[in-house]
Design a protein around this ligand. Sequence first.
Ligand SMILES: Cc1ncc(COP(=O)(O)O)c(C=O)c1O
Length: 384
Amino acid sequence: MAAGIPTSKRIAEELTKQDVWSVFSPAGGHVPKDSLNLGQGFMDWPPPEYIQKAASEAIQGGAAGNHYSIPRGQLSLRKALAKRLSPSFNLPNNRSLDPNTEILITSGANVGMYSFLAAFLDEGDEVLVPAPHFDQYISSITFHGGKPVYVPFRPPKEASHQNVSSADWKLDIEELRAACTEKTKVLILNTPHNPIGKVFSEVELLEIGKLAKEKNFLILSDEVYDVLALTPSKHVRIASLQDFWDRTVTVGSAGKQFSATGWRVGWLVGPAELIRATLAASTRVTFTINTPLQMAVAVGIDRADEEQFFETQQKWYEKLRDTLLKQLDELGLPYTIPQGSYFVLVCRIGRQEPLRHQGLPILELQRFNQNPVFLEVLLLHPYG
Ligand SMILES: Cc1ncc(COP(=O)(O)O)c(C=O)c1O
């Protein structure tokens, strides 16, 4: 309490929480030097050199790369995204996304989602959140007066003692339906999923989309791991099915796609009226996003095909996944084999002692909400 003046209630609540980044970041000073940090989404490699070079060139190339972008985002990036993403949205008559009305560049996926919720939530509106979930969603809902309504993913029974696939974790459509009320305004969908690794099938997405129409709510589809649907799974956008486009905003992240999480470049794709309202909010949250890194991400997206960037990266992540799963086999811990994203859920029922491997302590990994027996492990630091 500064000068005896209390913080707002929403921040008072935040002050009691610790985020995983602050706890597990080496800079936070909490991580013992000899431990393996598997608890956090941290890529320890940079974006490709041609993208780094494009960023330097944007900064050194005169005024344009160093001043405000327009709030909607750099045109070069919106055009690059329209070209790359249009086929995956399956729009009527094969039309392309309109970079001027249907794409919004945001300061990472997080600010995109925050702005969307600012644009659509009024006090008391309810947001369906399948749990477990990415932690940032909750404050983005409550800061705007919304109320999260959790609907649990159901793991298969065997998950406590044997390996299962993330495909077997189910969101029961009847439970989702039962959670809907007059106040339900939005569902936050996440595929590929953090932390389960689930890639929703077309059948599952159809059920969800139909429910959204029946109960008339919007879908905020967080697809930041869209390029990390690992073989043999296939990423399907809910916005590409039937007429669900009309009520869906799809979220993407250059940070996740190009190992550039610190660049804070993300985007939203959706129908013009949903994007227009979200832009009205994001203009008041961040105004614009840093210009040179948007220009560099545009180059990355334009060159992705000729560089075979996403194909190569996906194979790399598959190799990391297989290495880590092998190590978990050695530990004798059952896990959920992820279909996508870069997380592995490990079940530690009956294992209270600290985890160690080859003599090294493994950091107490991130426990996920509402189910303390499953731990979340990332693929990013395989060792041995
Ligand atoms: C599911 C999910 N959505 C969004 C984000 C945030 O993306 P960005 O860094 O672009 O804000 C993350 C980051 O971990 C995530 O796991």
